[in-house]
Design a protein around this ligand. Structure first.
Ligand code: SAM
Length: 238
């Protein structure tokens, strides 16, 4: 697949120049995503332009909110086929990226594509957020915690904030409902040690709805009983 549209839009929206190596990497990523998608349910988005805009460019839009400095420890929670974490890793090779995903078939794809694109500093973790968030080696270890299309804000905060170090940042990629979801997450933020920093609207070419980056700063340690056991955050949202 050619990624000309991604090249143009990345330049216009983010001031990013995707050189030949990066273009090749995004092209292989798109081809393998669509090939694997024939057998494993990875994405409902299959039109080439939609993959470029709704997967790749949307993921890269995180760069409007944060700068990815060398060595930054980043985790993408419920990453699916690698969004938004992997496109960001392609652009910023010096971050230390963890891709967390509960479904083994999806982590198999993540292992495959990381190997195919020869990505070092990428760790694939097949686990649920509620379990990994209680592991001492993962808890409050990350500078930046990302998620797209995983859960509504009150639930999502219970998944994300335990991974984030105090002083670090969570960025949730949201659609039109961002402001309403944030209003519902006041209690969750207070309990879990988060503070709403800002909400950045993002307009993507060929995407009619406005996307939003919700930035939540970790201002206090998360109490040890959160995240609750698997399934509880969705059953009884804070
Ligand atoms: N973030 C990707 C994207 O935007 O394309 C995937 C979105 S998909 C709708 C949601 C993903 O989150 C699924 O792959 C699902 O397995 C994963 N997920 C949902 N709840 C999870 C949890 N508690 N822990 C880990 N992964 C979870």
């Amino acid at each position: 697949m050619n990624v000309d549209q991604l090249v143009r839009s990345s330049r216009e929206l983010l001031g990013l120049e995707l050189g030949p190596d990066l273009q090749r990497a995004f092209s292989i990523y798109a081809d393998d995503l669509l090939a694997w998608n024939e057998n494993v349910n990875l994405t409902a988005i299959t039109a080439p332009e939609a993959v470029e805009m709704r997967h790749f460019l949307d993921s890269l839009s995180v760069l409007r909110a944060v700068s990815l400095t060398p060595g930054l420890r980043v985790i993408d929670v419920g990453t699916g086929a690698g969004f938004p974490g992997l496109p960001l890793r392609l652009i910023c090779p010096s971050i230390e990226l963890t891709l967390l995903e509960a479904t083994a078939k999806k982590t198999a794809f993540l292992e495959h594509i990381s190997k195919r694109l020869k990505l070092n500093n990428v760790r694939v973790l097949n686990a649920r957020a509620e379990e990994a968030g209680q592991l001492p080696e993962e808890r409050e270890r990350f500078d930046l915690v990302l998620a797209r299309a995983v859960a509504q804000m009150p639930v999502l905060m219970e998944y994300l904030l335990p991974f984030c170090r105090v002083g670090g940042m969570c960025v949730a990629l949201k659609g039109e409902t961002a402001h309403a979801e944030v209003r519902q997450s006041e209690t969750a933020l207070r309990i879990l040690g988060g503070h709403l920093e800002k909400i950045i609207p993002i307009e993507l070419p060929q995407v009619p709805e406005t996307h939003h980056l919700v930035l939540v700063k970790k201002v206090a340690a998360t109490p040890p009983n959160y995240p609750r056991r698997a399934g509880m955050p969705t059953k009884r949202p804070l």
